[in-house]
Design a protein around this ligand. Structure first.
Ligand SMILES: CC(=O)N[C@H]1[C@@H](OP(=O)(O)OP(=O)(O)OC[C@H]2O[C@@H](n3ccc(=O)[nH]c3=O)[C@H](O)[C@@H]2O)O[C@H](CO)[C@@H](O)[C@@H]1O
Ligand SMILES: C=C(OP(=O)(O)O)C(=O)O
Length: 416
């Protein structure tokens, strides 16, 4: 199993390009299921999760062509609306095929993605929404079976803000008979990016990006070309890495416009952040101030950046309170950070981080994607060598991580 070796202490500086967003690409690639015409997607990141999704689509009968960051999908031969357990178990986002399959084929059999390290993550809201649109849905033997002659537009209200739930129901509604209104919708930029792709394919959607989305179903969608938005979490992670090391970096192919909550906190920590049209520059002081935060749905502070901010607080000046309100088990990085010498106390969904003067390198274990990112950030500032095990988690969400870090001057290498 691959490991990452980091020799801490280098101050990051220089320029790197940010990749397309994993969490936008995953739902957006599923839009191909909604049409018999080819759809081309650009700025698709080369990540393990994307490979898993493309393999899943291919076994359904979708023709997949991939050249660099461009993917063309042709679902004219879609003949197997099934997502088997073996392909779904490694990636929760595979539930995103459910809505499009029911909408286009009138049936779907999709394995429940199951629990994962950061929480139970049920999909009851996805199911409830499809039922409200007239689908007959049964959960049997670990699979969601859904059938319906044609979905009907409905008024949907989710019990909590759910990102992939909103995305699944929006994709189901675009081919439904009549108007669907999703209330309490997720406002994440990735939901808006998905809506933009669907509109380019002929869907009628208004309100995406707000908490009420209105969709008028159409008879069919057509092919289109869509560019995936930049990855705001990858952007935030490199900003944290630079900030922790007292560095000065410029990130290109990205934008600060979806990162207000994160950039605010970096500025509170003492960083100077300058937004350009398609780039962000950050310069950090030699020691950051501690910054407290509370995760919540967009536009508030993203749960996917909580672990990286815990890492920077470990070496900041002062005490930070970090409250996680989205996932019930998203502090697993804390014990690993403690192995590096961090002072962290967990009390329910709150972590109290007392900054220390220095961390020391050690062997640590990655437990999920962003937990792993926090260990990278901590390893970059720790004295001596840090070995991060189980980095397959990182490969789910960070394209060419070692190469990008090395381009900023980090001493990092992968051991196979
Ligand atoms: C591929 C993708 O885009 N993943 C992101 C997406 O995950 P994902 O879409 O899975 O997360 P959700 O927004 O659905 O989850 C929010 C909360 O709602 C709960 N819930 C959700 C659906 C449901 O049917 N029932 C239910 O109880 C979840 O357990 C969680 O506690 O949003 C999360 C929250 O911003 C991010 O951390 C993930 O990176
Ligand atoms: C939790 C994440 O992803 P996923 O929903 O794909 O597990 C993430 O991107 O941090």
């Amino acid at each position: 199993m691959d490991k990452l070796l980091i020799e801490g202490g280098a101050r990051l500086s220089g320029e790197i390009a940010v990749s397309g967003a994993k969490n936008a690409a995953l739902p957006i690639l599923c839009t191909a299921l909604l049409t018999a015409e080819p759809v081309t997607y650009t700025n698709v990141p080369q990540l393990k999760d994307i490979g898993t999704l493309l393999a899943l689509l291919a076994q359904m009968g979708v023709k997949v062509e991939r050249a660099g960051d461009t993917v063309t999908l042709d679902a004219s031969g879609l003949d197997n609306p099934v997502a088997p357990y073996d392909m779904v178990k490694t990636m929760r986002a595979s539930i995103l095929v459910l809505g499009p399959l029911v909408a286009r084929c009138g049936e779907a059999r999709v394995s429940l993605p199951g629990g994962c390290a950061i929480g139970a993550r049920p999909v009851d809201q996805h199911i409830k929404g499809l039922q409200a649109m007239g689908a007959e849905v049964r959960v049997e033997h670990g699979y969601v079976h859904a059938t319906v002659p044609r979905l009907k537009g409905a008024r949907l209200f989710t019990d909590m803000v759910t990102v992939t739930g909103t995305e699944n129901l929006m994709m189901a509604a675009v081919l439904a008979d009549g108007v669907t209104v999703i209330e309490n919708a997720a406002r994440e930029p990735e939901v808006l990016d998905l809506a933009n792709c669907l509109v380019a394919m002929g869907a009628q959607i208004s309100g995406a990006g707000s908490d009420v989305i209105r969709i008028r179903g159409v008879e069919r969608l057509h092919g289109a070309t869509h560019r995936i938005m930049p990855d705001r979490i990858e952007t935030g992670t490199y900003l944290c890495a630079a900030a922790a090391t007292g560095g000065s970096v410029r990130l290109t192919g990205t934008s600060s416009c979806y990162l207000d909550a994160v950039i605010d906190k970096l500025m509170d920590a003492g960083c100077e952040v300058v937004s350009e049209r398609d780039a962000i520059r950050l310069s950090a002081p030699s020691r950051l101030n501690a910054v407290s935060l509370r995760t919540a749905p967009y536009p508030a502070f993203p749960t996917d950046m909580q672990a990286q901010f815990m890492a920077i607080n470990c070496v900041a000046n002062g005490v930070a309170m970090i409250r996680e309100t989205i996932f019930e088990n998203r502090f697993m990085h804390a014990v690993e950070l403690q192995r590096l010498g961090a002072d962290i106390r967990i009390d329910g969904n709150t972590a109290v981080v007392q900054g220390v003067a220095k961390l020391e390198g050690a062997t640590v274990m990655a437990t999920d994607l962003r937990a792993s990112a926090s260990l990278v950030v901590a390893g970059l500032v720790a004295e001596g060598e840090t070995t991060i095990e189980r980095i397959y988690h990182l490969d789910r969400g960070y394209e060419r991580l070692e190469e990008k870090l090395a381009a900023l001057g980090a001493k990092v290498r992968r051991l196979g």
